[in-house]
Design a protein around this ligand. Structure first.
Ligand SMILES: CC(C)(COP(=O)(O)OP(=O)(O)OC[C@H]1O[C@@H](n2cnc3c(N)ncnc32)[C@H](O)[C@@H]1OP(=O)(O)O)[C@@H](O)C(=O)NCCC(=O)NCCS
Length: 230
């Protein structure tokens, strides 16, 4: 690789505080470890996202392809100041969220994808990325948009986000803001989890990011009403 030219192609990087891992106890009693991952694990995450391209239901296809492009862009140093958190139960990947810093003050929420459904895994992971923007990256606000009705219910309505003018970088959609005040008003209700993660849980999560088979991912996403576009 021509590193001299590459230096021009790569966006600048802003130093970002790490997200401390936590464990969320789900309604079933399962323990989901939420942790930040490095760009080195992106190829594994891409394997988990690829099956979603086939699923039009609940907008998994558009969210999947955009998330894929953003993760690949991060891996190949073509996206500025991105971070990614994953949810794992016994090592198995159950959800992914990503985001980026537009500036030290402003966060841009990118995507939330739940692979295991019906347990508010997506809601917990979205809350975790807001926690990272506001509490650890210490940002003033996060701009958010929704690509699906479930997303709109989960973010705009549950957090009472403020509608803003202008365009979100995801397709120019209407941006909504999570301010610090809105975040702290919602925190007790929506942001779950305990720290530190017990050592044995953390070791299992860090040992391997286990990816379900494509068939299992499709069944988990579609539930009983499996309907895949061919
Ligand atoms: C939006 C999303 C992250 C929310 O994740 P979540 O909080 O874990 O919520 P679920 O998807 O499990 O459940 C949402 C709804 O789907 C339905 N649902 C639950 N289990 C389901 C299943 N196995 N199959 C199909 N639908 C299911 C329920 O009606 C549930 O309703 P509720 O909102 O009253 O709880 C997730 O639905 C998702 O990844 N969707 C596709 C991508 C997307 O839209 N991302 C957000 C973009 S803004």
């Amino acid at each position: 690789m021509d590193m001299e030219l590459e230096a021009y192609l790569r966006p600048p990087e802003f130093p970002m505080a790490p997200y401390p891992a936590k464990v969320v106890t789900l309604a079933t009693g399962a323990k989901m470890v939420v942790r930040e991952v490095d760009r080195e694990v992106v190829p594994i995450l891409l394997d988990a996202v690829r099956p979603t391209f086939q699923v039009a239901r609940d907008y998994y296809d558009i969210v999947g392809v955009r998330l894929y492009a953003e993760l690949l862009g991060w891996y190949r140093y073509r996206v500025r100041d991105e971070f990614c958190l994953v949810g794992q139960i016994d090592g198995l990947l159950v959800g992914i969220v990503n985001s980026r810093m537009y500036s030290p003050e402003l966060g841009i929420s990118l995507h939330t994808l739940a692979i295991e459904r019906g347990l508010r895994i997506g809601a917990h992971l979205f809350a975790s990325k807001m926690e990272h923007h506001i509490e650890y990256l210490n940002q003033d606000e996060v701009l958010i948009t929704a690509e699906s009705p479930i997303g709109f219910r989960r973010w705009m309505i549950e957090y009472g986000l403020e509608k803003r003018s202008g365009q979100h970088e995801l397709g120019g959609a209407t941006p909504y803001a999570l301010t610090r005040d809105l975040y702290f008003a919602a925190k007790d209700r929506l942001v779950a989890g305990e720290r530190p993660v017990p050592q044995e849980l953390m070791e299992v999560a860090e040992k391997e990011i286990i990816i379900a088979t494509e068939n299992d991912i499709l069944e988990k996403i579609l539930g009983a009403k499996r309907r895949v576009l061919s």
